[in-house]
Design a protein around this ligand. Sequence first.
Ligand code: GRF
Length: 208
Amino acid sequence: KRLAVFVSGGGSNFRAIHGAALGGAVHGEVVALVTDKPGCGGAEYASSNGIPVVVFPKSKSAPEGVSVAELLDTLRGYSVDFVLLAGYLKLIPAELIREYPRSILNIHPSLLPAFGGKGYYGLKVHKAVIASGARYSGPTVHFVDEHYDTGKTLAQRVVPVFADDTTELLAARVLHEEHQVYVEAVAALCEDRIVWREDGVPLIKSRI
Ligand code: GRF
């Protein structure tokens, strides 16, 4: 399957997926990297690995950015099957969601629906988790709809939150699980191992 990954930052999830695709654990190929931050680590990694970088959306700091229509055309040009958001901080336009039904995933660093939505990103999520007194946290992989962090959950992992945790320690513990659960979810997506329960909840079938 042909994958487009969207990033705004360092892109460690992108690198995990790219590595899994190269190694054969994911039956797919990252054919485009989309970013709103052309100078970010994820974009640099893509360039140095021969993956074309598409800048979206256009902004003051990224005048080379493309419009929604141009983005869709570009993704069509690369015959993209699935869109994977991996630390992409902009809201996804409705046109893209319509073009890729049940084909866009995101990873979020909390157990959704807790600690999700606009404003909950990066270290802020982990800070809020610690402040709440929650004893567990962990990443959620979910399908993407037109709002922040409200699409159907596909997979989650649980990690403990310790009494003396710092946001950085918790973030690192969650990020480690993110790489694994996102690769597992993308592997399932690429192998058509996702079944939709009658009530609209997606489930991963195991191999065999
Ligand atoms: C991750 O914590 C992810 O859950 C969130 O943004 C962060 C991206 O990290 N959506 P990276 O760029 O993949 O390292």
